[in-house]
Design a protein around this ligand. Structure first.
Ligand code: ATP
Length: 597
């Protein structure tokens, strides 16, 4: 024999309050939603039927209950039995069980949320010229259905829902709270909602064509809306529209840099009822510079109605909205490059992130984003025009080490060390085959330095040998060249492979035997190039040092130059370097301050 499930309502109410809804305040949203749906349903057959809902909190009813009245379609006695007595039964689905898109509700559980704040719910309803029906439900699952007596019937079709507040839940029924909740959830509803005498609906959404006659007036309205509702004056407003999601709205460009890691929440209305102020996933991740307010008819809510349901429609909507933001950027570049410059000052990180996989954004960054170079800030396009090859340092340290020296050799270098900059530069040839890029190799610089006259070089051999002896134990080679700037006595240059070997070596020293063996094998795969200390023969101090007769003093001086070059070039100081610096400093000091011995 088939049997039917028995449902204990208290368990369901507990489930809703503790696991589905974030707060009991949703009770008012669900009531408003039912009223709005009932009005929509009635106006299908009667387009001129009144569209009004009014709420009387206990302070106005004076019998301790809250009442909400609507001019909607109402229910017949049979429908009351069918719809209000069965959890999960809804009149808002089609024969196949799909949500009908003209209605807000779909799950058939909304009314139960009233049990979060009420012990008893009464529904008095009249459909067309049918008799008025009374339904009374209790938290423990008991309910009663009766027909109103001849004098107790409603004068007009529609429904009144009455809540008897649960002791302890009174704070959800005060006039200010109910008014605020009605505004919060329902201010954009296409019906009139009043709490007492106060109207809480405020006309069409500020982005809709009905809100302003001209685009300029709508824009003004939206800026005002952002100030009042979101708390900031936007940098710009971008109209949004995705017809397949029934979506319209606006994106507000934030006036201040946003943290790319912090998720931006968007304000989402579904059929003009507020779903959430913190929807995630409406825009692609790179679009962290914008906050949206949208109304969508076709996007689905989760059952709690507090977030968007992640489905393929949401995915394609996200893409379409991303395209619209991109389009705005491209259009801004064409129409008002100065303004685009201002935008990039604030939000370059987002745009650069986008440029990593979007050619149009890459072009925009190339054209408009000034990068740091050793010849001043300039865009990559300008740099190419002036210098042909885009030579770049891949890290800020590398750039700092070499920028000034490279400039003195007429070698322009871009600092690719800021977030995404190197990747952006390296993507350029893929976009434009004529773009030439070259990563700066520190040791390339030496090829630009002048060698000394062979006679001079020969005369300085004893000095070079003494200098080399001082730095041999550090694995550093000493060279003597003539280069600018004259004020720079020495430059420490490490090729990238040498830097890599250095790192490998220090890891190897810290690693256990097995791992050290593996690292040894890797290290042996390439010849370890030695770092160089290139002394500048144009520098007067270096010249004087080269003429010193005392080999010990030569050693101390070269060690000091080595230490200074390390520090100036932002190179890591190893323990051996620190010991050497210490030794040279004290040695030189000892000689500068003569004592009795
Ligand atoms: N004010 C009303 N006027 C007319 N019918 C109503 C009213 N309130 C509720 N109903 C009927 O009761 C049914 C159940 O309402 P309930 O709020 O529980 O679910 P729903 O609105 O269908 O879906 P959801 O759970 O998504 O809100 C509705 O489908 C509707 O037919």
């Amino acid at each position: 024999m088939d049997r039917t499930f028995q449902v204990d309502l208290r368990g369901i109410v507990d489930l809703l309050s503790h696991h589905l809804y974030a707060s009991p305040r949703v009770y008012l949203r669900e009531l408003l939603q039912n009223a709005a749906d009932a009005i929509t349903a009635r106006r299908v057959a009667e387009p001129t039927a009144p569209a009004v809902t009014w709420i009387e909190p206990p302070a106005l009813t004076s019998d301790g209950t809250l009442r909400i009245h609507d001019t909607g379609i109402g229910l017949t006695e049979a429908q009351v039995h069918e719809l209000l007595a069965t959890i999960g039964r809804s009149s808002k689905r089609d024969e196949l069980g799909f949500a009908r898109h003209e209605f807000l509700g779909q799950f058939g559980i909304g009314l139960l949320s009233c049990f979060l704040v009420a012990d008893e719910i009464r529904v008095v309803t009249r459909h067309a010229d049918q008799p008025t029906v009374l339904w009374t439900g209790h938290t423990d699952g008991r309910y009663r259905v009766e027909l109103a007596g001849p004098d107790a019937g409603r004068d007009e079709p529609g429904t009144t829902v009455t809540l008897v507040p649960r002791p302890g839940a009174e704070q959800w029924f005060t006039v200010p709270t109910v008014t605020e909740l009605a505004r919060h959830f329902g201010s954009l509803l296409p019906i009139t909602v009043r709490v007492g005498e106060v109207e809480t609906t405020g006309g069409p959404p500020p982005w809709s064509a009905a809100a302003g006659t001209s685009p300029a007036a709508r824009r003004e309205g939206l800026i005002r809306y952002a100030r009042e509702t979101l708390g900031f004056t936007p940098f710009d407003v971008i109209p949004l529209s995705v017809p397949e999601a029934g979506l319209t709205g606006a994106a507000f460009v934030l006036p201040n840099p946003a943290n790319p890691a912090a998720r931006v929440g968007h304000r989402v209305y579904l059929k003009r009822m507020l779903l959430t102020e913190g929807a995630e996933g409406l825009l692609p991740e790179w679009a962290f510079f914008a906050r949206c307010v949208v109304d969508a008819g076709e996007l689905r809510p989760t059952a709690s109605r507090e977030a968007l349901y992640e489905d393929s429609l949401l995915e394609s909507t996200r893409e379409a909205l991303g395209d619209q933001l991109r389009g705005w950027l491209v259009q801004l570049a064409d129409a008002d490059p100065h303004r685009l410059g201002e935008f990039l000052q604030i939000h370059h990180l987002g745009v650069k992130a986008l440029a990593l996989h979007d050619d149009e954004m890459l072009r925009l960054v190339e054209q408009w984003w000034p990068m740091e170079t050793n010849a001043g800030r300039m865009t990559l396009a300008e740099f190419r025009q002036r210098h042909g090859v885009i030579r770049y340092a891949a890290t800020t340290d590398e750039f700092r080490q070499l920028a000034a020296v490279a400039a003195a050799q007429d070698l322009a270098v871009v600092n690719g060390g800021y977030t995404y900059d190197t990747e952006i530069i390296e993507r350029l040839p893929g976009l434009d085959r004529t773009a030439l890029i070259e990563r700066l190799e520190p040791t390339d610089l030496t090829t630009r330095f002048d060698t000394l006259d062979p006679g001079v070089e020969l005369a300085l051999r004893p000095f070079l040998l003494a200098a080399q002896r001082a730095l041999d134990r550090l694995g550093c080679e000493v060279a003597l060249r003539a280069y600018d700037p004259v004020s720079l006595p020495a430059l420490y240059l490490v090729s990238r492979t040498a830097a890599w070997h250095d790192e490998l070596e220090s890891t190897r020293q810290r690693a256990d035997d097995l791992w050290a063996g593996v690292l040894d094998a890797i290290a042996s795969s390439g010849p370890p190039e030695r770092p160089q200390l290139v002394l500048n023969h144009r520098n007067p101090l270096v010249r004087r040092i080269t003429t010193l007769g005392d080999p010990e003093l030569v050693g101390l001086a070269v060690e000091a130059l080595y230490g200074q070059a390390l520090l100036l070039g932002y190179h890591p100081i190893r323990p051996a370097d620190a010991a050497l610096l210490n030794n040279s400093f004290l040695g030189l000091l000892g000689r500068a301050v003569p004592g009795p011995e």
